[in-house]
Design a protein around this ligand. Structure first.
Ligand SMILES: *Cc1c(COP(=O)(O)O)cnc(C)c1O
Length: 392
């Protein structure tokens, strides 16, 4: 089945829809049984999408996790109350005291914080690696290295990783390969075709797509699914059926949204490339983006999120640029229908294994579904304000 069809059908099993189009919202803590046999039967089938107790999920959770598995691939999908909870719990499911993990230097900042502040405390050591390390990852693998974590493209600076090469070498050394696939959204990057064992997403972003729900997913291969599922349960991870319903609704339009985000973002990025204030475009589809060759080789498309680096600007002038925008709001998220922008001047402080060379601000944009010419006009006026602030 092609993606477009999957977006419409995923998770819409008759068992979950009760004869209407969408799966029902089943709210429950207690699930009740009339006979001992019924109860024992439910417990025996607890891994087989049978309701036993609310924390194990109701039919709404089964529908959504089935839909995510259909989209991303893999053997099953565990659900978490946020993308961050998905990352922390998925890692924890596979490491023990004394283990070592390799973490990409351009990981989402809370992922780094988790390694430094939580895993370290539990005796799990982290080494950060250059996202473009490729086959040289081998030199960082120790006897106790258990897991290699990737995020591609990287947060903020968008480096695209050579996922199949890193996966192959990690596997040769018995390591689990885990990927933050939030940017790929299970659509533009198919993790299990490139050697990934566990794929994590902040469904908060494109899956939900409307900036109104926090949600995380972790999908795993046959080999790793039982351990992921059991650990997620043991950690008490569960999600609200109302939120899952909204996420399922998000999937229905995921394809058309991503296409339009992609088209709008490419138009804005090409326009930015003509601006004299812009030093480089960090959009995976542009040759100026590190790892662009892996994007071309492995991805099916792009979306609304990219960054660009300025060749001028200081605190005051970047503030003038950002404060006067009317269509771009500032916010720490992306993947909704609306445009967002962030000015980031401390890129160096977000990494430790690699150098960041620009002394000028980086701007990250999420290009939404607004009229793209109005977005460009808004940014053009922003550059005018930046330049006049600098001329003062
Ligand atoms: C937002 C984000 C997360 C975390 O998701 P939350 O739902 O906000 O916890 C993880 N990884 C990436 C790449 C993200 O952009």
């Amino acid at each position: 089945m092609k993606n477009e069809t999957k977006f419409v059908t995923a998770g819409r099993n008759d068992k979950w829809t009760n004869g209407v189009v969408n799966p029902s919202v089943t709210r429950a803590s207690t699930v009740v049984f009339n006979t001992v046999d019924e109860m024992n039967n439910a417990v025996a089938n607890r891994f087989n999408q049978t309701m036993v107790y609310g924390r194990r999920g109701t039919t709404t959770a089964f529908a959504f996790s089935e839909a995510m598995t259909e989209l991303e691939g893999g053997a099953g999908c565990a659900l978490y109350p946020s993308g961050t909870a998905a990352i922390t719990n998925a890692i924890l499911a596979f490491v023990s005291a004394g283990d070592h993990i390799l973490m990409v230097d351009t990981a989402y900042e809370p992922t780094r914080d988790y390694c430094d502040k939580i895993l370290a405390k539990m005796g799990i050591e982290t080494t950060y690696y250059d996202p473009l390390i490729g086959a040289d990852i081998e030199g960082l693998i120790q006897d106790n290295t258990r897991l290699v974590f990737l995020e591609s493209p990287g947060s903020i600076t968008m480096e695209v990783q050579d996922v199949p090469t890193i996966s192959r070498i990690a596997h040769q050394h018995g390591c689990i390969v885990m990927l933050d696939n939030t940017w790929g959204a299970g659509v533009n990057f198919k993790p299990f075709d490139y050697g990934v064992d566990v794929s994590v997403q902040a469904a908060t972003k494109y899956i939900v797509g409307h900036s109104d729900v926090m949600l995380g997913t972790a999908t795993a291969t046959e080999e790793y699914w039982p351990q992921l599922r059991d650990n997620s349960y043991l950690m008490g991870q569960c999600t609200s059926p109302d939120d899952l319903y909204l996420a399922l609704r998000g999937i229905r339009t995921l394809g058309v949204r991503l296409k339009q985000h992609q088209e709008n973002a490419l138009k804005v990025a090409h326009w930015l490339q003509t601006r004299e204030e812009v030093a480089s475009i960090l959009h995976p589809a542009f040759a100026s983006c590190p790892g662009h060759e892996f994007f071309k080789r492995d991805f099916n498309g792009s979306n609304g999120l990219f960054s660009f680096v300025l060749n001028r600007g200081d605190k005051q002038s970047i503030k003038a640029f950002l404060d006067g925008l009317s269509h771009f709001k500032m916010g720490y998220s992306w993947g909704g229908f609306e445009s967002l922008i962030l000015g980031i001047s401390n890129v160096s402080s977000l990494r430790s294994a690699t150098q960041w060379s620009s002394q000028y601000p980086l701007v990250r944009v999420h290009i939404g579904l607004e009229n793209v010419d109005e977005l460009i006009e808004d940014l053009a006026k922003g550059f005018d304000r930046l330049n006049s602030a600098l001329a003062k």
